[in-house]
Design a protein around this ligand. Structure first.
Ligand code: SF4
Length: 385
């Protein structure tokens, strides 16, 4: 079995009660069958507690006020304390580690929705490297991959490697890199739609040798109109946490409500003080690069299952743009912006990584951790090309 993982993957350690948030609130945690069976055999007072705190029909932990029934006041897990680490269900013992399965290959990643993982992913100064390892382990899931298109997967891996090199070309402005990645995905998608599968290799080769001057068509729509239009998409998505609604409402109020001239002034000021035109341009660019590569690494090769290459990169680009937009909205009024436990410090002399990390992990909690949201967004982005 082949394993691929980002170079920082093994450095993750959960900080449990020191976590600025918790992964045991706001999500429905599904218990795997084996663990459910084990829980059913626990006796005594804790067995009674398990019996009451699990929805046995659905195989999920019941929640109290949006928190897992076993999450105590110190934000620690009572189940872990009582029965030990090995008693955790697969979801709890894995998180924030994530696995994408392909024939003969497991791609491991950390989820952006965990604040500690988000910090590791986003603040990494060295270019992201994917470590590739081969083990003696036998393929267990062979039947599931009967129709696996290995040729297409190889092309996707080549295309992803090219997107990595585009995104890591730090001599080029970051937004031009993103546009070039989008353009590459668009050209590959055209080949797939027209069943010209053999041309994909040629597209990859020709994009390798093309500069950035033709990367993307200039938008005919103003940024203000585009962002206002895209904002409506969030209204049709599932909402998992109240903080998310507060973030979106805040963005609407401070960015769009007062018209285009007001919005453009904010964009200019933000750009000059925090973003790509400021003394923090390197940090801003690094944050954007790492964010984009996180989405590309996690989702791009999944196109082998649905042929939707373009929507994977469009989702990455959309997510990066919106995380940056929500950071701008939070920057406009630092004080009451997010949750009470945000605990974000800001300084004129230090890049506000905490703000960037917080918005990124909150976005990931809402969008990435709902299959409905991910699918709806991808479909919308895929049809809009
Ligand atoms: S969100 Fe991450 S750091 Fe926080 S408790 Fe969960 S796994 Fe640990």
């Amino acid at each position: 079995m082949r394993y691929v993982k980002p170079h920082y993957y093994d450095n993750f350690h959960c900080i449990a009660d020191n976590c600025p948030d918790t992964c045991c609130a706001g999500w429905q945690i599904v218990i795997d069958e084996e663990t459910l069976e084990n829980y059913s055999r626990v006796t005594g007072p804790f067995g009674n507690r398990l019996y009451a705190a699990i929805d046995w029909q659905e195989g999920i932990f019941r929640q109290k006020k949006g928190r897992c029934s076993f999450l105590n006041d110190e934000n620690l897990c009572d189940l872990y304390k009582e029965l030990g680490k090995d008693a955790l269900c697969r979801t709890c013992s894995m998180y924030p580690r994530h696995v994408e399965e392909f024939e003969g290959l497991r791609e491991l990643s950390l989820s952006l929705s965990c604040p500690v993982a988000a910090e590791m992913i986003l603040t990494c100064k060295d270019p992201l490297v994917l470590l590739d390892e081969e083990t003696e382990e036998e393929e267990e899931l062979a039947e599931e991959f009967e129709d696996f298109d290995y040729l297409m997967f190889t092309q996707l891996e080549d295309a992803r490697a090219l997107i990595f090199s585009i995104m890591q070309d730090r001599k080029v402005p970051i937004d031009n890199r993103m546009q070039k990645a989008l353009m590459l995905a668009h050209r590959i998608q055209q080949c797939i739609d027209e069943e010209r599968y053999c041309d994909v290799d040629e597209v990859i080769l020709s994009e390798k040798n093309t500069g950035y001057e033709h990367a993307g068509n200039p938008d005919t729509e103003s940024r203000y109109d585009k962002m206002r239009r895209e904002y409506q998409v969030f209204d049709n998505l599932e909402r998992l946490r109240e903080e998310w609604t507060a973030i979106l409402d805040h963005a609407w109020n401070v960015l769009y409500k007062q018209g285009e001239a007001h919005y453009q002034r904010i964009c200019r000021e933000f750009n000059n003080s925090f973003g790509g035109n400021s003394k923090f341009r390197e940090e801003w660019s690094l944050f954007t690069e790492n964010l984009m590569l996180f989405f590309v690494y996690t989702y791009f090769c999944g196109a082998v299952y649905d042929d939707q290459v373009y929507s994977k990169i469009a989702l990455a680009e959309f997510s990066v743009r919106w995380i940056r937009e929500l950071i701008m909205a939070a920057w406009v009024s630092q004080a009451p912006r997010i949750a009470d436990n945000a605990n974000i410090e800001s300084s004129d002399d230090v890049f506000d990584w905490k703000l960037c990390i917080e918005i990124a992990y909150r976005y990931a909690r809402e969008i990435e951790h709902s299959d409905d949201n991910l699918n709806a967004l991808e479909e919308w982005l895929g049809t809009g090309r």
